[in-house]
Design a protein around this ligand. Structure first.
Ligand code: PRP
Ligand code: URA
Length: 209
């Protein structure tokens, strides 16, 4: 089923790494490495249509007009698992500021619980990438987008690794304008809210907990 405002990055290198990472034999060191590598690769597509403007420079031979990004960038990982993608994104966008949103989902109710928030004061004037490897029920992602909107953010993209159809629906029911970038739309959630086939608990696999 086609989704609007969802972009699946189906590049063969991304898909190869995603498959290695999903494999339960990947230990936390391998998992972390692959997750950051995929995050770096995804930046290329996620930022493709960002505005840029002319910038004059002197090459060793002559003046030329090059280009630079027009807007500053803020990266907002949803703790904890979003941290597993931060370094990969920052490698490509080293000037970005970093905000942090702590949200976990209650294991019984699956409802999001916000526990931490620290955002750059001028976040409203920047391009924001909200990152979290998993979009499952969509509760955490929707809550995080609401916090960013309250902080005045106008332009944001949600970048995840694996999205469930249920999570896409919830996020877009609440925030239809937010474009979701992912490497895969998986089949469904199980009765405990885990994505199938998925990759298990992303935070536990990143941090070895
Ligand atoms: C995971 C994941 C997302 C959330 C997705 O976090 O990193 O934030 O679940 O689920 P949802 O779409 O149903 O809300 P988790 O609650 O396991 O916390 P953690 O990152 O601290 O491990
Ligand atoms: N959070 C995860 O880490 N994995 C899932 O499958 C669902 C939510």
């Amino acid at each position: 089923m086609p989704y609007s405002n969802v972009i699946v990055i189906d590049h063969p290198v991304v898909q190869t790494k995603l498959t290695e990472l999903r494999d339960k034999s990947a230990d936390h060191r391998t998992f972390r490495t692959l997750l950051n590598q995929i995050a770096s690769l995804m930046v290329y597509e996620v930022t493709r249509d960002w505005p840029s403007e002319p910038r004059m420079i002197d090459t060793p031979l002559e003046k030329m007009e090059g280009r630079k990004l027009s807007r500053r960038v803020t990266l907002v990982p949803i703790l904890r698992a979003g941290l597993g993608m931060s370094d990969g994104v920052l490698r490509m966008l080293p000037d970005a500021r970093l905000g942090h949103l702590g949200v976990y989902r209650d294991e019984k109710t699956l409802e999001p619980v916000s526990y931490y928030q620290k955002l750059p004061p001028d976040i409203a004037q920047t391009e924001v990438l909200l990152i979290d490897p998993m979009l499952a029920t969509g509760g955490s992602g929707s809550a995080a987008v609401s916090v960013l909107k309250k902080a005045g953010v106008k332009s944001m993209r949600f970048v995840c690794l694996v999205a469930a159809p249920e999570g896409i629906k919830t996020l877009h029911d609440h925030h239809p304008e937010v474009v979701i970038y992912c490497a895969s739309i998986d089949r469904q959630l199980n009765e405990k809210g885990y994505i199938l086939p998925g990759l298990g608990d992303a935070g536990d696999r990143i941090f070895g907990t």
